[in-house]
Design a protein around this ligand. Structure first.
Ligand code: FE
Ligand code: FE
Ligand code: ZN
Length: 300
């Protein structure tokens, strides 16, 4: 099973990210190359890359299973404020350059929100922007994340993702599934093989390069996008277990983006990462009823 979580890039950049992933027992991971909500970026440190590559090798982490996530302030779908749209394009280009420096093969992108425009206009804007962004020289592939359909989000249906892929003048584009988003968008994860059949018919399974494994705080078709811990949401443990063990996507890295845990039930602040324990549950197939307390006990 190729499995990991999103990790931090702030201490020692990719070296710190690798160490964090290893501490969770992961053999894959996903990172933002800086804060997802701002544009401050530190220069890529070459020494950290070399040390990280060595550490990855020693711990069976294949660089193909290291994923970048583009900052979510990027919105390619709305062109009403042309400066913001142009900014999104140039910022995404810069992020891809950082992936090239880091030798990262995949960057996850939220297609964007159309805001006051129609979905069709939003999708046309995304296509136009991606055609500016994608450079045939780049090795890093943009992978479009399936969205929950909250507000005016584009890319909540397979048909919308397909329309974007068809409009782009490059074959170097893939898809990132997110189980919480799919559930919230109206795709029932209980019938995952039926979903994969539909995906294969509309888009083609070979496009799937990453899967975000999250439970959902809301039922199917709620259009909410609130992630729950593994087995503590509406998708549920048995279904998530079937998904991570599905043979048709066995080579695709699975990345957890579930919420951190609070110190106790009265505390609002979420401080402890759940990933070491959730990865262990998914690998073993055993649900841990004591998940939150075990995490608190381990990190306190
Ligand atoms: Fe995302
Ligand atoms: Fe996601
Ligand atoms: Zn989400």
């Amino acid at each position: 099973m190729i499995i990991g979580s999103h990790v931090h890039f702030n201490n020692e950049q990719i070296l710190g990210a690798t160490k964090e992933a290893i501490s969770y027992g992961a053999n894959a991971f996903m990172l933002y190359t800086g804060a997802p909500q701002n544009t401050q970026r530190s220069a890529i440190n070459k020494t950290y890359i070399e040390e990280a590559l060595k550490l990855m090798q020693e711990n069976n982490i294949d660089l193909n299973n290291v994923i970048c996530h583009a900052p979510y302030i990027i919105n390619l779908a709305n062109k009403e404020k042309i400066d913001s749209w142009n900014f999104s394009i140039s910022f995404l280009k810069r992020e891809i350059q950082r992936c090239e420096e880091l030798n990262i093969k995949y960057i996850v992108l939220h297609p964007g929100s159309s805001v006051n425009l129609s979905k069709e206009e939003g999708i046309q804007n995304i296509i136009e922007a991606l055609n500016y962004v994608i450079n045939p020289q780049d090795k890093c592939m943009i992978i479009l994340e399936t969205m929950a359909g909250k507000g005016s989000e584009c890319g909540a249906t397979l048909e919308e993702i397909k329309a974007i892929i068809d409009g782009v003048n490059s074959d170097n584009i893939g898809v990132c599934l997110d189980t919480c988003h799919l559930n919230d968008a109206g795709y029932d994860m209980q019938n995952f093989d039926d979903f994969l059949d539909e995906f294969d018919k509309i888009i083609g399974l070979e496009r799937v390069k990453c899967i975000h494994i999250n439970d959902s705080k809301n039922p199917v078709n709620s259009h909410k996008d609130r992630h729950a811990n593994i087995g503590y949401g509406y998708i549920g443990f048995p279904t998530l277990i079937k998904i991570v063990n599905n043979n048709r996507i066995k080579d695709v890295p699975k990345i957890l983006e579930t919420p951190y845990i609070n110190k106790n039930d009265n505390e609002k602040e979420l401080v402890y990462p759940p990933y070491k324990f959730e990865i262990a549950m998914l690998k073993s197939g055993q649900f841990n009823e004591n998940l939150f307390n075990d995490i608190r006990e381990y990190y306190k």
